[in-house]
Design a protein around this ligand. Structure first.
Ligand code: T3D
Length: 265
C-alpha cells in the first residue's frame, strides 16, 4: 500500500499536519493536494481543535508544486490558472480563515508554493538551516499562494520585489531579521518548540484568539476609523465569552485562569 502523502495527528487540543513526500522534498502532487484538502477540512470541522501545526517530513518543508506533473503527455507545459482555482487558492483561503492559530514549523527549504503556504500561516518558526525561496521566476512563473500580497506587507516593497524578481534563497535567520517570520530556532529544537506553542494555544481563550486573527486580518483594508469600530465590536464579542469572565476572576484571585476550551464562547 502506498504511504499517505499527508499525515494527520491529533494531540490534546490541537492537530498536526505533516507533508509527507520527503523523497520529492514534499512537493505538492495531485494526490497530496487531495489529501491536504481533506485534512484541512477535517481540522476545520473539529470543534476540539484549537491550533494547527503544519510541518514537513525529511529535510525540506515543501518544494512547491510537483513539477513532474506539469508537462502534458505531448511534453508541453500545462496552461495554469485553473490549477490555482482547483487547489491553491481555496486552500490558502481556508488556511487563513481557520478560527484558531496555524503554526508553520519550517524544517528545511520552503520553495515556491511551499514558501507561500508557510507564510500564509499565523506564526512561522523555522529551523536555522531552513530557507525561503520565491522559486517561481526560476521557471518563468509568478509568485502565487498569496506571495505577492503577503511579501510587501511583511517585509516592504524593496525586499519583496528583489526576492520575487531574483528567486534568491532567503536564509531563515535573515527572514527573522526582516520580520518575515516569527523566529528561528536550532534545527533539533524546532518541533518541540512548535508543540510548545500549540499547547499554549490549546489552553488559551479560544474566542479571543479567533477575534484577534479577524481584527488583524481586516486591518489590512481598514483606515484607523474603521479599525476602531471593528475593535469595539470584537471587544464587545470577547467580553461576552465565559473566558473573559474567567480571565478577570483569575487575575483578581491571583491564580492561573482555566479557560473553557470552547470556540462558541
Ligand atoms: O502549477 C501550478 O499549479 C501553479 C502553481 C505553482 C506553484 C509553485 O510552487 S511553482 C514553483 C515550483 N517549485 C520550484 O520551482 C522549486 C523546485 N525545486 C528546487 O528549486 C530545489 O529542489 C530546491 C531549491 C527546493 C532544493 O534544492 P536541493 O538542491 O536541496 O534539492 P534537489 O536535489 O533539487 O531536490 C531533491 C529531489 O527533489 C530531486 O529529485 P532527485 O534528483 O533526487 O530524483 C528533485 O528533482 C526533487 N524536487 C525538488 N523540488 C521538486 C522536485 N520534484 C518535483 N517538483 C518539485 N517542485
Amino acid at each position: 500500500m502506498q504511504e499517505k502523502t499527508v499525515l494527520v495527528e491529533q494531540r490534546s487540543g490541537y492537530s498536526v499536519i505533516t507533508l509527507n513526500r520527503p523523497q520529492r522534498l514534499n512537493a505538492f502532487s495531485q494526490t497530496m493536494q487531495g489529501e491536504l484538502k481533506r485534512a484541512i477540512e477535517a481540522v476545520e470541522g473539529d470543534d476540539e481543535c484549537r491550533a494547527l501545526l503544519l510541518t514537513g517530513a525529511g529535510r525540506a518543508f515543501c518544494a512547491g508544486q510537483d513539477l513532474s506533473e506539469r508537462l502534458a503527455a505531448d511534453g508541453e507545459p500545462m496552461v495554469l490558472g485553473d490549477a490555482l482555482e482547483a487547489f491553491y487558492n481555496p486552500f490558502i483561503r481556508k488556511l487563513r480563515a481557520l478560527p484558531f492559530p496555524v503554526i508553520a514549523a519550517v524544517n528545511g527549504v520552503a520553495a515556491g508554493a511551499g514558501a507561500n503556504v508557510a507564510l500564509a500561516c499565523d506564526i512561522v518558526i523555522a529551523a536555522r538551516s531552513a530557507s525561503f525561496v520565491q522559486a517561481f521566476v526560476r521557471i518563468g512563473l509568478v509568485p502565487d499562494c498569496g506571495g505577492t500580497w503577503v511579501l510587501p506587507r511583511l517585509i516592504g516593497p524593496a525586499r519583496a520585489r528583489a526576492l520575487a524578481l531574483t528567486g534568491e534563497a532567503l536564509p531563515a535567520e535573515k527572514a527573522e531579521a526582516w520580520g518575515l517570520i516569527w523566529k528561528t530556532v536550532d534545527d533539533d529544537a524546532l518541533i518541540e518548540e512548535a508543540h510548545t506553542i500549540c499547547r499554549q494555544f490549546a489552553a488559551a481563550p479560544a474566542v479571543a484568539l479567533a477575534l484577534i486573527k479577524r481584527a488583524l486580518d481586516e486591518s489590512w483594508d481598514n483606515d484607523l476609523d474603521a479599525q476602531l469600530d471593528l475593535e469595539r465590536e470584537t471587544q464587545r464579542e470577547a467580553s461576552l465569552s465565559a473566558d473573559y469572565a474567567e480571565g478577570v476572576r483569575a487575575f483578581l484571585e491571583k491564580r492561573a485562569p482555566v479557560f473553557a476550551h470552547n470556540r462558541g464562547g
